[in-house]
Design a protein around this ligand. Sequence first.
Ligand SMILES: [Zn+2]
Length: 123
Amino acid sequence: MATYSAGDIKGNYMIKEKCRFCSKEIKFELHANFTVYCPFCFKHHRSECEYGFGPVTPFYFSVGKLLIAKIYEDNSNTCFLESPYFEKKALRGVYLDAVSESDKIMDIMIIQNKEKILKDLKL
Ligand SMILES: [Zn+2]
């Protein structure tokens, strides 16, 4: 299972933006590779990735500032999607394919776990 718990995030590069769907203010952590969902409407607000410039892992998924999943690569170049909300998944693809594979899993997972995530967000 996950080696971190929900909400385990340092807050060193926290920024604020208005959600592009519901216009509510979202606070989230900037990473080299990340996707952030809005904690209010749960839509996909923004993604950034160093594709073409550097490694794409670790890749973080968060709902606002709540970290909900991470993609990482092991020593044998296998990518994994790890989350406190579901069993760790070995991904079929590597590099950008691992990210798009995870995007699809997360779009479903975020809806399935909405109640738990809302509880962990403590809005
Ligand atoms: Zn929103």
